[in-house]
Every structure is written in C-alpha cells, then in structure tokens.
Design a protein around this ligand. Structure first.
Ligand SMILES: Cc1cc2nc3c(=O)[nH]c(=O)nc-3n(C[C@H](O)[C@H](O)[C@H](O)COP(=O)(O)OP(=O)(O)OC[C@H]3O[C@@H](n4cnc5c(N)ncnc54)[C@H](O)[C@@H]3O)c2cc1C
Length: 394
C-alpha cells in the first residue's frame, strides 16, 4: 500500500498519521461514530512511544522507548481509557544514587533528612532549603536558577550531574528559563506522581492500543512514512498529522531542537538486579542517567528467575533519531511559532500530539488533547463540513 488508490484510502473519511495515543484516540472516536479511518505509522508497530512488547527470552514486558506509567487526575480520561484495558495499580517511586548514597526522589523530607544525617521536621527542612537558596536572587543561568529554588547542597547532589548528562552542556551555560520549578516536598510522600489515578494496563500497552483499533472502521498500515506517499500533498480525506511539524514543512524555518534517549537493554541471570523499577544516577562520572528494571513494574506477574534492565543515555537528537523531549529554547519557540502560522493555513490538515505541536505531553495529556480536538474541531468538520478553523490541536 503506497498509493491513495488503495480501497481504504479511496473510501476514508479521515486519515491519521501516527499510531500513538493522540492519533489512536482521534481514530477510535471517529470510528465509534461511523467514520472510516485509515491510520498509518512509519514504525512497524502501533502505540507510538508508549509501545511495549514481551521479551521472548524472559517473558518480561519491555517498554521499548523507556518506562511509561499512566497517571491522571481526570476522571474522564481514566474512564475513556478504561474501555480498552483493565488496570494494575502502580505508584512510581524513584531512587537516586549520588556519591555512593541512595536517596528517595522527588526530593522530600526523607531525602533532606538523609542528606543532613539527622531527622528534620517539615519546618526545619523548609527553613534549611530557604537559607541555602538565599545566595542567588537574580539567576542568570540554569545553575543559578536551580540554586535559587532548592539551594546549593541539594542542587549539587541531585541536579548538577544529572543535568550535565541530560544536556551535554555545563548547567552554567544553559538558560535559566529551562526550569521554572524543582519539586521539593516537606513531608514523607515519595510518590513520583501525586495524581488520583496511577496505574499500568494490566495486560500491557500494546493490547490496549490493539483494542482501540479493533473495528472494521479502522484500517491500520504500519511501516508507511506519510511523506513516501506520492500524493501526500493532495490527500483524498482530511488528515490528522501527529508527526514532527518541522518535517511537514520541509524544515523551512530550520530544525526544532529535541533530545533523544539511547536505551541499552541487558538481560541478567539474577532474579532482581537493583531492587526497584527506576534508579537515577546523579553523578556526572556515570554516563547513564537512569536504569529501569521492567519486571518491577508488574510485581503481581509470575516472571521467571532472570531480569531485563535498560540503561538510558541522553543526548541531542540528530536527523535520524527519535525525538523524545523538546528542547524549547527561545529560538525553538520562535521557530515553532512560524511553523504554527503555516499550519493555520493548511486547508484540511490538523496538527496534534507531542510532535505535531512541539510540546512534551504525558499520555493523559495527549489523550485529553485528542478528545477535546475531536469534540471541538474534527467531529464538527466531518459531520457538518464545519471549517477546520483552528488547525493546531489544543
Ligand atoms: C522516555 C519517555 C518516557 C515517558 N514516560 C511517560 C510516563 O511515564 N507517563 C506518561 O504519561 N507519559 C510518558 N511519556 C510521554 C508519552 O510517550 C507521550 O505522551 C505519548 O507518546 C504522546 O503520544 P503522541 O501520539 O502524541 O506521540 P507518539 O507516541 O510519539 O506517536 C507519534 C507517532 O507518529 C509516527 N510518525 C511520525 N512521523 C510520521 C510519518 N511521517 N509517517 C508516519 N508516521 C509518523 C511516529 O512513528 C509515532 O509512532 C514518556 C515519553 C518518553 C520519551
């Protein structure tokens, strides 16, 4: 299938480029109201970055693009996704290894007490952080901004080395605007997220996606790059495009900056490698940023005696890399605004998702944005021919 003259394309009411959470939510909603949808993805699987698979050697579910934990405060989004999966309750708790010692993250009262080697009350810890943060009043770079938020001791222990590895740049050479806040809790709550709903799909992410498109109204084509279709500039139906917005416009205003992550998988002949799902490595002299051990995400499953881990290495994304996190420097924002102006002029193409709108989106945010775009823009367009006035998904 490389031409629009295939039966499905000729018949389609809507074409969705990208089978991640954004694209699949739009496709599912459209199909549920009787519209015929063609979904295509250049990868050989559905699920976008939330895709997971079962490792054939160990039977362990691996999150191919890094660990994904579902969390949301929205009852509507949770109810929507619950139509396609049962859930396993799961609350993420992360640990950080710094200078040979283990601390809980996000920074909380236990972290601060451990760091200071004595039990501190919430008020004492708060006063200590405020005191250590006082040295900087007008931050000029990321390092100074971080110190002004959490003080030098916590910055140097938990943020400095990690940031250096993530950005491959000295934090003193990074703009202050990259961070607006660094979470510090003055209680013993060490949950990574504090949303009402925190869980994992009981049978894995990919079965969830498979259920979303398990209808004859949705035709899925994998391994197809939209831009390889000869007629992609004249599609036979409206398009929801969830790929990179700069690529859509042939990089006319330049490339938007992204960071990517290299994951190195290892199978170990031990039952338990690190004793927790995610361990962060805060020191600059350890090249990886964190290690995930996938079997710990599902302690209820009867996994065998071996384990699979993923070491993560962060770096700037090149042209051929998967874009993971938008860098969002001032020049990126200006560039994106120019692309957005072009996007508004497109007659029947709707830009959505994290790549289409150059934003970091958690899964629930991608789903929420898609549900809202469907209600406000796409359904009125398909049902009544209402103009697609806003062509950038909210
Ligand atoms: C390392 C990492 C960890 C994360 N952890 C969490 C977490 O714990 N919890 C959470 O809520 N969120 C997490 N996220 C965020 C989550 O991955 C996103 O919310 C989600 O992927 C957004 O869905 P999307 O559909 O917008 O984009 P994507 O999932 O990226 O889907 C876009 C799809 O479009 C396809 N595509 C692009 N260009 C083309 C083209 N030209 N032709 C055809 N197909 C194309 C891509 O192949 C891709 O499959 C994490 C993200 C990363 C990077």
């Amino acid at each position: 299938m490389t031409q629009f003259d295939s039966v499905e394309f000729a018949d389609a009411d809507l074409i969705v480029v990208g089978a991640g959470f954004y694209g699949m939510t739009i496709a599912e909603r459209a199909a549920s109201e009787g519209f015929k949808v063609v979904v295509l993805d250049k990868r050989d699987h559905i699920g976008g970055n939330a895709y997971s698979y079962v490792d054939s050697a160990t039977g362990i579910e691996i999150h191919k693009y890094g660990p994904h934990v579902f969390h949301t405060n929205s009852e509507q989004i949770f109810a929507y996704l619950s139509k396609f999966t049962e859930w396993t309750p799961y609350e993420q708790r992360t640990w950080s290894l710094s200078k040979g010692r283990i601390y809980p993250l996000p920074i909380n009262l236990a972290t601060i007490s451990l760091f200071n080697g004595r039990v501190m009350s919430p008020a004492e810890a708060r006063a200590w952080v405020a005191e250590t943060a006082r040295e900087i009043t007008e931050p000029r770079n990321l390092e100074e901004k971080a110190i002004s938020l959490i003080g030098r001791p916590l910055y140097e222990t938990f943020v400095k080395g990690y940031t250096l590895k993530q950005w491959q740049t000295d934090p003193r050479d990074l703009p202050a605007e990259i961070i607006t806040r660094l979470p510090v809790r003055f209680n013993y709550d060490n949950r990574y997220f504090n949303d009402v709903y925190q869980c994992l799909p009981r049978d894995g992410y990919t079965p969830l996606f498979a259920k979303m498109c398990a209808t004859r109204k949705i035709a899925v084509h994998l391994g197809v790059d939209w831009f390889d279709l000869p007629d992609h500039r004249e599609p036979p139906a409206p398009v929801v495009y969830t790929g990179p917005i700069d690529r859509y416009f042939e990089f006319r205003f330049g490339v938007l900056g992204w960071r990517t992550v290299d994951l190195e998988l290892e199978t170990h002949e031990v039952d338990d490698f690190q004793g927790c799902p995610v361990m962060n490595y805060a020191d600059a002299d350890i090249p990886w940023t964190r290690i995930s051990e996938f079997k710990h995400f599902h302690p209820q499953r009867a996994y065998g005696p071996r384990t699979v881990i993923a070491r993560e290495f962060s770096r700037f994304a090149g042209e051929k890399d998967d874009p993971y996190y938008p860098i969002n420097l001032v020049e990126d924002k200006a560039r994106y605004n120019s692309y957005r102006e072009l996007a508004r002029e497109e007659k029947t193409v709707f830009f959505g998702g994290r790549l289409g709108t150059y934003r970091y989106l958690d899964m629930h945010q991608a789903i929420g944005a898609a549900l809202s775009a469907w209600e406000k823009h796409l359904r009125p367009h398909l049902a009544n021919g209402a103009p697609l006035e806003l062509r950038e998904a909210g």
